[in-house]
Ligand binder design. Structure first.
Ligand code: CTP
Ligand code: MG
Length: 222
């Protein structure tokens, strides 16, 4: 049984309004994508890492990463699901291998989260870090509000862990597109677990998230 990581870094980062895709911007001294790549590279439990990139960045990154044999560079697809699918195909895992799918835009990945995930994957088909929803939730219809019961509701992060066979089956329909990879396996009745999430695993989505993330990662207040 091997453990593969997939880092999806093939998006355009349009919501940041910056020229360069957010995963290649500098954050606390290194490019955003490099933070989670280094966390996976420093973890001896991780056998291989598929780094999914926009095709016009592959050549440059091949030089930047300079030949660690565990890293496989993969060209991205038209949406996130297609990027994950390309990486699963490129890694061609065995059905009982574990795949950890991670957003490059979440640079605050710590080894502890990988430990939590690998532990529950001994007894589950899928797992993800998640934090409980703490704000009150309202559904707005015209000018009325209705309180939504937030018990059992979670904000789900990445890495999301899967038995490789289940993830590959869930992605087999090339026309399918999912919000995240867990959604892909839900329809297959996968036995899934949530583990403790981490605020540092928040995603960089908008321009001001860079500053907040840097403060979180360097321990300074935003
Ligand atoms: N991603 C990818 N391939 C795509 C689209 C997204 O690998 N075709 C990756 C992004 O690089 C990011 C992660 O999926 O690491 C989460 O996606 P998101 O935050 O939506 O990033 P972008 O799609 O790049 O940003 P935006 O939606 O603002 O354009
Ligand atoms: Mg996107």
């Amino acid at each position: 049984m091997r453990v593969h990581a997939i880092i999806v870094a093939a998006g355009s980062g349009s919501r940041t309004g910056r020229k360069l895709p957010k995963q290649f911007e500098m954050l606390a001294g290194k490019p955003v994508y490099r933070w989670s790549l280094d966390t996976f590279l420093s973890d001896s439990r991780v056998d291989r890492i598929g780094l999914v990139l926009p095709s016009n960045h592959i050549e440059r990154l091949a030089t930047e990463i300079s030949g660690d044999e565990r890293v496989v560079l993969v060209a991205g697809g038209n949406d996130r699901t297609a990027s994950v699918r390309n990486a699963v195909e490129a890694l061609s895992p065995d059905a009982d291998d574990i795949i950890l799918v991670h957003d490059a835009a979440r640079p605050g990945l710590k080894t502890q989260t990988i430990t939590y995930l690998l532990e529950v994957m001994k007894t589950h088909d899928a797992a993800a870090p998640a934090l409980p929803v703490i704000d009150a939730l309202k559904r707005q219809t015209d000018e009325t509000l209705q309180t939504v019961d937030r018990s059992g509701l979670y904000r789900v992060q990445t890495p999301q862990a899967f038995k490789a066979g289940i993830l590959a089956s869930a992605l087999a329909d090339k026309a399918a597109s999912f919000v995240d990879d867990l959604e892909a396996v839900e329809a297959l009745g996968a036995k899934a677990a949530l583990v403790d999430g981490d605020e540092r695993l928040s995603k960089i989505t908008f321009a001001d998230d860079f500053e907040k993330m840097e403060a979180m990662m360097t321990g300074k207040q935003a």
